[in-house]
Design a protein around this ligand. Structure first.
Ligand code: PMV
Length: 311
C-alpha cells in the first residue's frame, strides 16, 4: 500500500514582524533544519481518516474533530478545493521537529504538509500557489488577522521579501549567512501580541504608524544589504529592529536577556523574531562565533538553540 509523504520547513522572520500586518515590508527565511511532516496511507478496511499526531497527543478520527480545529480545516479545505466529498479510509500521521508556538511557523508548516500529502494521495498534488492560499485560510485560525508571511515563506521554502497583498517576491541570498536561533521557552500565542498591538495602535495611531514606518525602512535597508552582499550590515539593522519592537511592546525580559547575551558573545546583531513576548530570538553570527553565541544563549536561559545557514 503506497504511503504519500510531504514536508515543510520552519521559518524565522528576519525583519519587519508586526509592521507587516500594517502593510510594511518584512523579510522571512525558511529554516530547513526543522520540518513538519505528514504521511498518509490508505487502509484496506474500515472507513474515515485516522489522525495521529504524537507531539500534540492527538489520536482521533477526522470526523470527531471540532470545526475550528486547524488540522481538520487543512483537510477540509483540501477536499473542497479538489471537489472530493471525502477521503477513502486512511491514516494520516503528522509529526514535527518545529518547536510549537515559538514563532518558528509550526502551525503553517503542519498545514502545508497536510495539504500536500492529502492532495497527492488524491492524485492531484496542488500547485504551490493553491497550497499557500489554503494554508493562509488555516493561519486565520491561529493568528486572527495574519499577514500571510508565514504560509508564504514555508510553502515556497525560499527567503521572501513580503508585502501584504502584493505579488510574492523572493529574495535571493547571494552570500549565505549564519544565524543562531534561541528559544526563550516562554509560550505566547501570536494572536495575543497581534491583538495587543492592534489595541495600542487604535489608542495612538500616530505613534504606532511611526514605529511601523521605521520597521519598514529597516526591512528595506536589510533587503538592499542582502542584494549587495553586505551581510554584516544586517547586524546593526537587527539591533535597530529589536529596539523598535521593544517600543511597540512585544519584547519581554527573557527575550531582552537572550538578545543581550548574544551580542555580548560576539553576535553582529540580535533581535526577537515573530510574535514576541516569548518564543524565539535570532542572532547574526560568523562561523567562528556561532558555537560561542549558542552556548551563551543556553547559559542565559535558552531552552533550545539552532545554528542555521541562510542561503
Ligand atoms: O508566527 P510568528 O510568531 O512568527 O508571527 C508572525 C508575524 C507577525 O507579524 C507578528 C504576525 C503576522 O501575521 O505577520
Amino acid at each position: 500500500m503506497p504511503a504519500y509523504t510531504a514536508s515543510a520547513p520552519g521559518k524565522v522572520i528576519l525583519f519587519g514582524e508586526h509592521a507587516v500586518v500594517y502593510g510594511q515590508p518584512a523579510i522571512a527565511v525558511p529554516v530547513l533544519d526543522v520540518q513538519a511532516k505528514a504521511i498518509i496511507r490508505a487502509r484496506p478496511t474500515g472507513e474515515g481518516i485516522n489522525l495521529i499526531a504524537p507531539e500534540i497527543s492527538l489520536h482521533n478520527q477526522y470526523k470527531h474533530l471540532p470545526l475550528d480545529d486547524a488540522i481538520a480545516l487543512a483537510i477540509r479545505l483540501t477536499l473542497d478545493q479538489l471537489k472530493v466529498p471525502e477521503l477513502p479510509a486512511c491514516t494520516l500521521i503528522i509529526s514535527s521537529t518545529i518547536p510549537l508556538a515559538a514563532g518558528l511557523g509550526s502551525g503553517a508548516a503542519v498545514s502545508v504538509a497536510i495539504i500536500r500529502a492529502v492532495s497527492r494521495f488524491l492524485g492531484h498534488l496542488l500547485p504551490d500557489e493553491t497550497v499557500n492560499k489554503l494554508a493562509f485560510e488555516v493561519e486565520k485560525l491561529h493568528h486572527g488577522t495574519p499577514s500571510g508571511i508565514d504560509n508564504t515563506v514555508i510553502t515556497f521554502s525560499k527567503p521572501v521579501y513580503f508585502v501584504k497583498g502584493e505579488p510574492i517576491a523572493m529574495l535571493e541570498i547571494k552570500l549565505p549567512f549564519m544565524l543562531v536561533i534561541g528559544d526563550t521557552g516562554v509560550i505566547c500565542p501570536t494572536s495575543v501580541t497581534v491583538r495587543d498591538v492592534r489595541a495600542a495602535y487604535d489608542a495612538d495611531p500616530g505613534r504606532y504608524e511611526t514605529y511601523f514606518d521605521l520597521c519598514g525602512r529597516i526591512a528595506g535597508k536589510a533587503a538592499s544589504s542582502i542584494r549587495d552582499k553586505r551581510n554584516p550590515a544586517l547586524g546593526p539593522l537587527m539591533n535597530d529592529n529589536h529596539q523598535v519592537l521593544q517600543q511597540i511592546g512585544v519584547s519581554s525580559p527573557e527575550l531582552d536577556t537572550l538578545v543581550d547575551a548574544a551580542r555580548n558573545a560576539g553576535a553582529l546583531g540580535a533581535k526577537l523574531s515573530g510574535g514576541g513576548r516569548g518564543g524565539n530570538m535570532i542572532a547574526l553570527v560568523e562561523p567562528h562565533t556561532a558555537e560561542n553565541v549558542a552556548a551563551a544563549l543556553r547559559e542565559a536561559g535558552a531552552v533550545n538553540t539552532i545554528i542555521t545557514t541562510v542561503r
